[in-house]
Design a protein around this ligand. Structure first.
Ligand code: PLP
Length: 401
């Protein structure tokens, strides 16, 4: 690759000197795993999204698994997951013994709508509904208040998959909210994979307004171990059990975040507002430069009144209008040093979720999938980089901007 045309991946981390120094400081300290950096990261994160409680863990997947495990769902209970998401959102349901029922999504935004939820509940056939796991796809917010109301009527919890949506703000009938602030859902889960808005390497966080859920998740992330004497339950624990004593109260996991990862996350979090602003600015540039490519290329539909912390820049391409196909376009762009991706192959197309429901059709998710393409979006891209992507996309499609 020439120096003038560095490869532009669809997403990547932005590491500054201060991030390196924060990690090195931990390496030179007494704690490598869960210690003061984890506590500092959790406090700063809770403050950043306005959540009463934040519990860190080793990935976004671990966050989803812990959130669902803390709800104690009955075996075979239905959990509703949009078809347009990463496998993790549905896999954790299987790990917790639940039944995944997929919902459709809006063909323009990729987001779960109340009517999609209603249709999936009808399809579920009357079983106990334990949880709804809506995904803030690309960083745009789902209509949480409506989804929560529908869930509450059926005694189901709402777990936001907020892995794309750190920093997303929105307004609804109850006023302003921030994704993960605990006001519109029981639990929210975040990922700090390097392509996400802030990076830990690997890392995740669960936020909630429910103290007992937060305590449960903290215990589950560390083998189900309880160290607080006030919460000991063994019959003889009341008689000064000794300084070494702890109780294993349930089968948990090792989903702890290390201090090394937390130091990076904490340092990155200090620049969250700048990262989000930068992503919004790049999205505006894309929107402006792509306008002449319509109707062959259009940005995905926008949620009115939302201020997303954009994770992905996704366009919908009418490939049939251009006489080419997505695989060819992606290969042409790669040859020009531009990485693209498809988010996502709908879950009902995968063998795991197709089994048992081979005839399921979800027209919104399928239409979205047929046309979507994620273009490079990361902090550190210049306006010229965006111009280059748009120019090369037009060339790869054989259309004129
Ligand atoms: C929507 C969604 N959910 C869950 C995850 C899982 O996060 P992690 O990779 O940190 O385990 C991801 C990550 O790609 C994601 O995009």
């Amino acid at each position: 690759m020439s120096r003038e045309r560095p490869f532009l991946p669809y997403g990547r981390q932005r590491i500054a000197r201060e991030d390196v120094e924060a990690v090195v400081a931990v390496l030179e300290s007494d704690f490598l795993t869960t210690g003061p950096a984890v506590t500092a990261f959790e406090r700063a994160f809770a403050a950043a999204v306005g959540a009463p409680f934040a519990v860190s863990c080793s990935s976004g997947t671990a966050a989803l698994h812990l959130a669902l495990a803390a709800l104690d769902i009955p075996a075979g209970a239905v959990c509703l997951v949009p078809a347009l998401t990463f496998a993790a959102t549905a896999n954790v349901v299987r790990h917790c013994g639940g039944r995944v029922v997929l919902t459709d999504v809006d063909p323009h935004t990729g987001l779960m709508r109340p009517e999609d939820l209603e249709a999936a509940i009808a399809r579920a056939g009357g079983g106990r509904i334990a949880a709804v796991l809506p995904v803030h796809y690309a960083g745009q917010p789902v209509p949480l208040a409506e989804i929560r109301e529908m869930a509450m009527k059926r005694g189901a919890a709402v777990i936001e998959d907020a892995c794309h949506a750190l920093g997303t703000r929105f307004r609804d009938g109850s006023g302003e909210a921030v994704v993960g602030d605990g006001s519109r859902a029981d639990l929210a889960c975040f990922s700090f994979h390097p392509v996400k808005t802030i990076a830990c390497g690997e890392g995740g966080m669960v936020t909630t307004a429910d103290r007992s859920l937060a305590e449960r998740i903290r215990r589950l992330r560390n083998h189900g171990i309880e160290r607080d004497p006030a919460r000991f339950v063994a019959p003889d624990a009341g008689r000064d059990p000794g300084p070494w004593y702890y109780e294993v109260q349930e089968p948990g996991f090792n989903y702890r975040l290390s201090d090394i990862h937390a130091a990076l996350g904490c340092s990155q979090l200090r620049r969250l507002d700048r990262f989000v602003a930068e992503r919004r600015r790049l999205v505006e540039v894309y929107d402006r430069l792509l306008a002449p490519l319509a109707p062959a290329v259009r940005p995905i539909g926008r949620v009115p009144g939302a201020r997303p912390g954009w994770h992905l820049y996704v366009v919908q391409v009418a490939f049939e209008r251009t006489g080419t196909d997505r695989a060819t376009v992606m290969r042409r762009l790669r040859d020009r040093g531009i990485g693209t991706q498809v988010h996502y192959v709908p879950l009902h197309f995968h063998p795991l979720f197709r089994a048992g429901n081979p005839d399921l059709r979800l027209p919104g998710a399928e239409a979205f999938y047929a046309r979507c393409l994620s273009l490079p979006l990361f902090v550190g891209m210049s306006e010229e980089d965006v111009e280059r992507v748009v120019r090369d996309l037009a060339a790869a499609l054989g259309i004129r901007g």
